[in-house]
Ligand binder design. Structure first.
Ligand code: DX5
Ligand code: ZN
Length: 218
């Protein structure tokens, strides 16, 4: 199976968001990654509900919403309403993670949990069976264009084992510093979904960059 590519709109030209979305619609990417930052959980503010709603009007792809916000349980129905197909919350931002995951499922979205680089995958042992997706941060969340952390490979292998032991359907998504140099090894180690911001949007030919990532050998 070919990997799922999820270009991150964080690296798009915000003044031309409609044409950026149209470009992604015409690409081989199956998902569009949407990074929401609150300036509290992470030291940056990006965009939120009204922008998601605007993107939804044009996007023909699955909208993969990554909430880098404190206590995201406060906003689950709103993000679903605005057009999220997948809602991923951070383990580190949810004191009642089980409840938050149930909330996501109740509104009819797929449920993901993200882990910061320092958080071991084993913290998900008792919830992995309920998850559709685990997002491993391969940089510290908050900014695009950072350097990939190589410890990620070991985390993917450990997560793959956890998923198999629990017979969980969860996909493994990698977010941060993904490019043509690390894509093949990420996929060979067990990644199912690759997020890419700067690698796609800084490319001379973003369509080609997406196709290149997608056809990386596994
Ligand atoms: C970082 C975000 C990422 C970011 C990735 O906090 O979660 O999705 O957009 O950007 P690149 O691919 O440029 O590292
Ligand atoms: Zn992200």
């Amino acid at each position: 199976m070919k990997p799922i590519i999820a270009p991150s709109l964080l690296a798009a030209d915000f003044a031309n968001i409609q044409s950026e979305v149209n470009m992604l619609n015409a690409s081989e990417a199956e998902w569009i990654h949407f990074d929401v930052m609150d300036g509290v959980f992470v030291p940056n503010i990006s965009f939120g509900l009204p922008v998601l709603e605007a993107v939804r009007k044009h996007a023909t792809k699955i909208l993969d919403v990554h909430l880098m916000i404190q206590e995201p349980g406060r906003f689950i129905p709103q993000f679903r309403q605005a057009g999220a197909d997948i809602i991923t919350v951070h383990y580190e931002a949810c004191p009642h993670l089980h409840r938050t995951v149930q909330q996501i499922k109740e509104v009819g979205a797929k449920a993901g949990v993200a882990l910061n680089p320092h958080t071991p995958v084993q913290v998900l042992a008792d919830i992995i069976q309920d998850l559709d997706l685990v997002l491993i941060m391969s940089v510290n969340p908050g900014f695009g264009g950072q350097q990939f952390i190589p410890q990620t490979y070991r985390k993917i292998a450990a997560l793959k084992e956890l998923i198999a032991t629990a017979s969980s359907p969860a996909l493994i998504e990698i977010d941060g510093g993904v490019n043509q140099l690390n894509a093949a090894q990420l996929l060979a180690t067990g990644a199912d979904v690759l997020v890419a911001g700067n690698f796609v949007f800084s490319a001379r030919d973003p369509l080609k960059a997406i196709a290149g990532l997608r056809s990386s050998p596994r």
